[in-house]
Design a protein around this ligand. Structure first.
Ligand SMILES: Nc1ncnc2c1ncn2[C@@H]1O[C@H](COP(=O)(O)OP(=O)(O)OP(=O)(O)O)[C@@H](O)[C@H]1O
Length: 290
């Protein structure tokens, strides 16, 4: 449905944000995972037709997005990494305003759509409160509600769970998985747990390129029998890479990628998407974040 071909974007005075990126994305929830500066937000903004690439092609359901951004916008919902809101307008009134900006007719159908979205995002108790007074989680739920105006078939979410507490995160997970059944949902994040819990398909992006992609289950299963964990550090070599050294319940655990057991204190453990992500970072010359 969404086809991205050889996309390039450089910023003046900055480096290359997208370096010939190509992706094919079907219906359902697709996770785009990458470290800070990988180019995820640049890609999201280009897909949302807010920014132009230097070269490349993008089509959605055979609409060329770059030639025909208005046709896309009618079918697009976008939740940016951060967004502003008017300070004195209540949540429901702001949704009406945004519906108008999105070109929805001012009629009863739009009003009942807005009420449905308020209900879906659990904001009924706050319809008159300005969004600027919302907590982080409520704000993100409002962001999802505005993105869903017009029932878009392409939903682009840039770091939707950043800063949320575990309960709000779970609430958002449930909402997102419900929404992904009949549309393309592209979730961009550096939070591996979000992708592992929500997305059947994932791509890992580093320095403006996709370094691997496929079903989440397959990317993880490819590491079966190759992940080892131990409390003592072991020497790295060409065969053995340290993926992470992180505390778990107060004790430090080292996780390695290796074809054979890297040390006497290590045991074979189930691989996770985080292991795959850290391995791709290491393979591409980046240290893991812990
Ligand atoms: N307006 C800009 N001007 C110059 N360079 C920019 C601009 N926006 C982004 N960049 C650079 O492009 C690269 C990709 O940035 P981008 O924000 O797209 O990455 P990201 O993966 O979304 O990062 P993060 O997870 O930190 O938001 C970075 O090197 C960044 O410094």
């Amino acid at each position: 449905m969404l086809k991205i071909t050889n996309l390039r974007k450089s910023y003046r005075g900055g480096g290359c944000a997208l370096d010939g990126l190509s992706l094919d994305i079907g219906a359902g929830m697709f996770g785009l995972l990458g470290p800070n500066g990988a180019g995820k937000s640049t890609l999201m903004r280009i897909l949302a037709s807010l920014q132009l690439p230097d070269s490349g092609d993008i089509s959605f359901d055979n609409i060329n997005i770059l030639d025909n951004p208005l046709a896309l916008r009618r079918r697009l919902g976008y939740l940016p990494q951060s967004f502003g809101a008017y300070p004195y307008i209540g949540c429901r009134a702001l949704l009406f305003h945004m519906a108008r900006l999105k070109g929805l007719p001012e009629n009863r159908a739009t009003a009942s759509q807005i009420d449905r979205l308020i209900n879906l995002t659990n904001l009924e108790a706050h319809v008159s409160r300005p969004v600027t007074t919302f907590s982080g989680g409520m704000r993100q739920r409002f962001g999802i509600a505005q993105a869903l105006l017009g029932d878009p078939s392409l939903l682009i979410l840039d770091e939707p769970t950043a800063g949320l507490d575990p309960e709000e995160r779970l609430r958002l997970y449930n909402l997102l998985s419900m929404l992904s059944s009949d549309r393309v949902v592209l979730l961009s994040t550096h939070i591996v747990d979000d992708v592992e819990q929500l997305c059947r398909q994932v791509a890992i992006m580093i320095a403006g390129r996709i370094v691997t992609q496929g079903p989440t289950e397959t990317l993880v299963a490819e590491l079966d029998g190759q992940i080892w964990q131990g409390s003592e550090p072991n020497a790295e070599n060409g065969e053995c890479r340290l993926l992470s050294a992180a505390f778990f319940r107060g004790s430090k655990q080292h996780r390695y990628h290796s074809a054979a057991n890297p040390g006497a204190t290590c045991a074979s453990v189930q691989p996770s998407l985080q292991d795959r992500y850290f391995l791709e970072l290491r393979r591409n010359g980046l240290a893991s974040s812990c």
